[in-house]
Design a protein around this ligand. Structure first.
Ligand SMILES: Cc1cc2nc3c(=O)[nH]c(=O)nc-3n(C[C@H](O)[C@H](O)[C@H](O)COP(=O)(O)OP(=O)(O)OC[C@H]3O[C@@H](n4cnc5c(N)ncnc54)[C@H](O)[C@@H]3O)c2cc1C
Length: 390
């Protein structure tokens, strides 16, 4: 017998998992998630998990700020699994030539309700004695930010959704979505046809190929980015907050008891999601490590433990696409989160559910994330020199 679902989510990263949970939690009807690998198989499983509010556009700031409550109160809000929330505080550094824009971004963040303030050099050094801060630099501090466990979050959402009656199947690759008279009718997975009223494409770096195969060309790129873990000497650097260093182009955070995770995110190489080099390169390690040491000199004596690469899904304005697909009723798309989607995923699940069930997102205005902005030449204009902080 042909199975039927009201909603089928394609992709078991944080976005698909969060959307599945929101549909199930609203009693939206029967819902199924299909994932070609395991939960967290794509970008999610390689994510650095940084949770901060520093953005230069209102839509990203609001998505991030709205999400924080879920991260901090996961067991009360979601009730299953563990998103690994860890409070570290977060500092953003700006060099002098960028001060004015940086300060206006902070004003915008405050207007969205974010707990952030500009702090003096002395205050920064009190919070983070191992840092070097120049007299002419501007520093913003978010005391409520931290990091989480991206794969753990996806697993938690799917577990919670299953407890509410939704289904999720792993190692199931969707090969096609059948559209009849401009409306989604069914999809094919492992040779099985499943009838479905609505399909949500949350396929991360595979999205460009998947959409092209369905006749929709979107300017999406999968790009490769490396992350490294260094073991600190706890006598010289017992702890440091998370940070984004726009002068030296690194982002970093503490990991567990004695590790520091560092990435750069600004060097972009296109990659094939089915065939890319997932290991780290030593030349790049040396470049990023020395940039980090410009902010935290004692990190020079750290020990390299490991590194790896993962994929961002990029759009020309580094903002995601969250929308109903033009011309195909019942098809929705949620992709293009570049290097900063994890922290937004609780609110993204909410706005996607609102979009599908109420016809429009009501909690946050996501008009600027619509898919036709590229053809309309109406892109977002991030005010930052550091691509991962859009
Ligand atoms: C190195 C790195 C560091 C990052 N650091 C941060 C950070 O510190 N903070 C932050 O907020 N964000 C960060 N990000 C970004 C964040 O991880 C991503 O934006 C987020 O994980 C995207 O989630 P997703 O669900 O859209 O995509 P994915 O996690 O890629 O999930 C898509 C899923 O779809 C599945 N899929 C694809 N095609 C099919 C198909 N045909 N059938 C079935 N399943 C399919 C894939 O297997 C995959 O599991 C980082 C990303 C990387 C790579």
């Amino acid at each position: 017998m042909t199975r039927s679902f009201d909603y089928v989510v394609i992709g078991g990263g944080v976005m698909g998992a969060s959307i599945l949970y929101q549909l199930a939690n609203r009693g939206a009807g029967s819902a199924l998630l299909l994932e070609q690998g395991t939960l967290g198989f794509g970008s999610t499983g390689r994510s650095s998990g940084v949770i901060r509010m520093h953005y230069s556009t209102e839509v990203n700031t609001r998505l991030s700020w709205e999400s924080l409550d879920t991260w901090r109160n996961w067991s009360d809000v979601i009730g299953h699994g563990d998103a690994g929330w860890t409070l570290t505080g977060f500092m953003a550094f700006s060099s002098p030539e960028y001060r004015e824009t940086f300060e206006s971004n902070i004003t915008m963040q405050k207007s969205c309700g974010v707990n952030v303030s500009l702090i003096s050099r002395d205050e920064a050094l009190e919070i983070a004695p191992s840092f070097v801060v120049g007299d002419d630099e501007t520093v913003a501090y978010e005391p409520e930010s931290g990091y989480g466990d991206p794969s753990g979050s996806a697993i938690g959402w799917v577990t919670a959704a299953r407890a509410l009656g939704a289904e999720a199947e792993l190692e199931k690759k969707v090969t096609s979505v059948n559209v009849v008279n401009d409306r989604v009718e069914s999809l094919v997975v492992d040779g099985e046809t499943i009838n479905c009223g609505n399909v949500i494409v949350a396929t991360g770096p595979w999205s460009a190929k998947f959409m092209t195969e369905h006749g929709i060309d979107l300017p999406l790129r999968a790009t490769r980015h490396e992350v490294f873990l260094l073991k600190r000497n706890l006598e010289t650097i017992p702890f440091h907050p998370g940070g984004a260093d726009m002068a030296n182009l690194t982002y970093f955070r503490p990991e567990a008891a004695d590790l520091t995770l560092v990435g750069n995110g600004n060097v972009v190489h296109d990659a094939d999601p089915d065939d890319y080099r997932s290991g780290a390169s030593m030349d790049y390690l040396s470049d990023v490590w020395s940039r980090l040491a410009a902010r935290i000199p004692a990190i020079e004596d750290a020990e390299y433990t490991h590194g790896y690469a993962g994929l961002y899904t990029e759009t020309p304005d580094s903002h995601p696409i969250i929308d109903a697909v033009d011309g195909i009723q019942g098809m929705y798309i949620c992709t293009g989160f570049s290097g900063h989607g994890y922290k937004l995923s609780p609110a993204v699940g909410t706005v996607m559910a609102e979009l599908m069930l109420e016809g429009a997102a009501t909690s946050i205005d996501i008009t600027s994330l619509r898919m036709n902005r590229f053809t309309d030449n109406d892109l977002n204009t991030p005010q930052t020199t550091f691509r991962v902080m859009v």
